[in-house]
Design a protein around this ligand. Structure first.
Ligand code: NAP
Length: 293
């Protein structure tokens, strides 16, 4: 596996000192035991995928804000120094969580990060053969499918996410946007469309039942942003969330449109796993479960 020069696997490995999920449908061996402890999951639901959020937040729970300019990147601000072992650990954690199925993204996240390719190896990453071997050993496609949520279908179809060989994309959208989108997508054959009344919880649920029945989506990592995570939560589709809490405090008055992560305890979620890296660190890796199974 890779990482940053000077950061060894031991320093950037998350030790899960609390772990109440003991079912391992992908086996009890992680893709690379030197870098990762295994992560367990419940079975998918009978009619829809198991859906887990994956986010990083500041110590005071800030997930994002409205960007004042293309350089005003809330995620990078919440993460801080790119060479710290905590940040390396979080980067690999995100990629590890892409090893179990498919990946969902809200359209705004894609518009803000147009070069994002949500695979175990992102553009510019070192090779990650162990992660792909793990996917292939468990009978899932080389790349995750990219599930892109958009109400208006306002998507840049020339982006890498829609043009990476071997990566299929499925846009989950509203019927009103689907026709125009499918005319445009004719030239991008790897793009499929699922059109339902997704503004309504029942329609969003139906879209996920179709992802399950028609596309074989079983485990879905939803990497945000906040709007799509809230929509999934409102439809009771967000089963759990992996949250990295960094040591940065964000001054909410310094930005417009600040959004925070859920108040998990107030919403009755269970903290089912918690970990840290082994050098002393102010970062904590948590897993909050909404839906028992
Ligand atoms: N801290 C983190 O871990 C993290 C993670 C991800 C993103 N972010 C940051 O968060 C920001 C973007 O987040 P966001 O909350 O503004 O947007 P988002 O959740 O990424 O995307 C919102 C868009 O999703 C579509 N949408 C909303 N509800 C939907 C539904 N029910 N069904 C289908 N599509 C639906 C709409 O697309 P259309 O507008 O196309 O209709 C909407 O504009 C970015 O700056 C990103 O960098 C942070």
């Amino acid at each position: 596996m890779g990482g940053e020069p000077g950061v060894d696997s031991g320093a950037a490995k998350i030790r899960w000192y609390t772990n109440r999920e003991r079912r391992y449908p992908f086996g009890e061996r992680s893709p690379d035991p030197e870098w990762f402890e295994p992560i367990g999951f419940p079975p998918p639901w009978p009619d829809r995928p198991w859906i887990y959020g994956v986010v990083v937040v500041s110590a005071n729970g800030v997930l994002a804000w409205r960007r004042a300019s293309p350089d005003d990147d809330p995620v990078l601000a919440v993460l801080g120094d790119a060479t710290r072992p905590e940040r390396i650990a979080d980067g690999w954690h995100l990629r590890h969580l892409r090893c179990f199925g498919d990946v969902g993204l809200g359209a705004q996240t894609l518009r803000d990060q147009p070069r994002l390719v949500p695979s175990p190896r992102e553009l510019g990453d070192p090779p990650a053969p162990a992660l792909y071997r793990f996917r292939e050993a468990h009978g899932i496609p080389h790349h995750p499918r990219a599930i892109v949520y958009s109400l208006r279908g306002n998507l840049e179809l020339t982006s890498p996410i829609f043009n990476t060989p071997g990566m299929d994309a499925i846009v989950v959208t509203a019927p009103a946007a689907a026709a125009a989108l499918s005319d445009r997508a004719v030239r991008t054959p790897a793009v499929g469309i699922i059109a339902e009344e997704v503004l309504e919880p029942a329609g969003l649920r139906r879209a996920h039942e179709r992802l399950f029945a028609e596309r074989g989506v079983r485990y879905l990592a939803c990497e945000g942003g906040e709007k799509i995570l809230r929509a999934l939560r409102a439809a009771e589709l967000l089963d759990e969330v992996f949250v990295t809490v960094t040591d940065r405090i964000i001054d909410g008055t310094a930005h417009e449109g600040v959004v925070k992560i859920f108040d998990f305890e107030a919403e009755g979620a269970d903290l089912i796993a918690e970990g840290k890296i082994s050098p002393p660190s102010g970062w904590t890796f948590r897993r909050w479960r909404f839906n028992g199974r």
